[in-house]
Design a protein around this ligand. Structure first.
Ligand SMILES: *[C@@H]1O[C@H](CO)[C@@H](O)[C@H](O)[C@H]1NC(C)=O
Ligand SMILES: *[C@@H]1O[C@H](CO)[C@@H](O)[C@H](O)[C@H]1NC(C)=O
Ligand SMILES: *[C@@H]1O[C@H](CO)[C@@H](O)[C@H](O)[C@H]1NC(C)=O
Length: 372
């Protein structure tokens, strides 16, 4: 009995020791492997919101109701402003990662090493953009939330582990459209006072400089690989086409969006020479959309003007609501609702972003950025 106990005791001490050693080795391997894995950190607006606004009770910019998500797995309305997946989902998929979950669903939890999404519908670059939708996460606030995630990563991986992980990760920022909608008071009940204070060029200059300041903050927090999209040809969104009697695009909006993109491209080029080790992809989504409107059939699309979900002229007089009808051929439409692309359009965009030529993606594409 005594011998048995002592053998037993020794055995368990030994096995405990082995366990501890194995555990330490496993832990070490796991954190090395984890630190080496890039994540996808997403910032921006409703083009990439994966459900943050579901957690903002007062927000008027929501998509957590039918028929949004009608083509999503389980026909779930997740808060994505789409019939299915959005551009953030497709980008994650290209990187071999799960979609980055909404930051507001992760409060109090350990953030996944594969990345987090801070994107919020109605938000823009400027803090005030979105006030008409009452509650939203401005880009500056998104960066503040990332600071908290950054601190948790340091706790989890150590300073150098976190730094290594973040330097390999992709920071995708898709924003700017709402600042321009706000300039023209599109979709808001009250007229924007902004144009009174700024000429169009001064306004886009302010957008660019504010954006660059926020990118510098991300760099300061360890971001090294940035994926930045310009603003699309948003004058061709159904809500603006229907305002033009001919059903053509709102010219001034596209002009302003192009001015913003020109400024952004120049500033990104300068930023790269200023910030050591920073690399980026600039996505000319304006050019891609223009090409898509000119040659829809080469992308398998037949309907470029009419929203799939909504009512009235171009299905854009009434927004996509639970009572709205929606089209059957969703793979043939560029637009899902008054403002947002369908799932198929988002996947076309990301195919080009990931692996496109310098015609639309400069100075390199995402595939090349991952290998830098
Ligand atoms: C925008 O809001 C952030 C807080 O989220 C604040 O720190 C920043 O100073 C504001 N920027 C401007 C220009 O008001
Ligand atoms: C409406 O479309 C036409 C082209 O058909 C264009 O010339 C005109 O400028 C557009 N109107 C506005 C307000 O953009
Ligand atoms: C990337 O583009 C090249 C040439 O355009 C094509 O051959 C290749 O299949 C594409 N790869 C992916 C992963 O899309």
């Amino acid at each position: 009995m005594a011998i048995f106990t002592s053998i037993c005791g020794r055995a368990s001490t030994f096995s405990l020791l082995v366990h501890v050693l194995v555990f330490i080795r496993l832990r070490a391997n796991v954190s090395v492997a984890r630190a080496a894995t890039p994540g996808l950190y997403v910032f921006g607006d409703s083009l990439v919101d994966v459900g943050n606004n579901n957690y903002l009770p007062l927000s008027l910019a929501k998509a957590d109701y039918r028929p949004n998500g009608v083509d999503y797995s389980g026909r779930k309305s997740t808060g994505r402003f789409s019939n299915g997946k959005n551009a953030a989902d497709f980008l994650a998929k290209k990187m071999g990662l799960p979609s980055s979950p909404p930051y507001l669903s992760m409060i109090g939890m350990t953030p996944p090493i594969t990345g987090v999404s801070f994107a919020s519908g109605a938000s823009g670059i400027l803090n005030e953009t979105g006030v008409n939708f009452v509650q939203y996460i401005s880009l500056a606030q998104q960066v503040e939330y990332f600071t908290l995630v950054h601190n948790k990563l340091v706790q989890q991986l150590g300073q150098s582990g976190a730094q290594s992980h973040l330097s390999k990760s992709i920071f995708a920022v898709i924003t700017g459209s709402n600042d321009l909608f706000s300039y023209f008071s599109v979709g808001s009940l009250v007229l924007s006072l902004v144009p009174k204070h700024y000429t169009p060029q001064k306004y886009v200059d302010l957008m660019v400089s504010s954006f660059i300041d926020l990118l510098k903050m991300l760099y300061g927090l360890g971001a090294r690989k940035m994926v930045i999209t310009g603003v699309g040809a948003i004058g061709c969104c159904p809500i603006l086409r229907k305002a033009n009697r001919t059903g053509e695009c709102f010219v001034e909006m596209n002009y302003l969006s192009a001015r913003y993109n020109d400024g952004l491209k120049i500033m990104l080029h300068e930023l790269k020479s200023e910030l050591q080790g920073m690399n980026y992809v600039y996505f000319d989504i304006h050019g891609v959309m223009t090409n898509l409107f000119q040659n829809p059939r080469s992308y398998g699309i037949t309907e470029i003007k009419e929203a799939c979900c909504g009512l009235g002229n171009l299905h854009a007089d009434v927004p996509c609501l639970p009572t709205s009808t929606y089209c059957l051929k969703r793979k043939k439409h560029v637009f899902w609702d008054q403002y947002h692309p369908t799932e198929v359009t988002a996947s076309i965009f990301v195919d080009i972003l990931y692996n496109g030529t310098q015609e639309y993606v400069v100075p390199i594409n995402v595939k090349q950025l991952l290998d830098v």
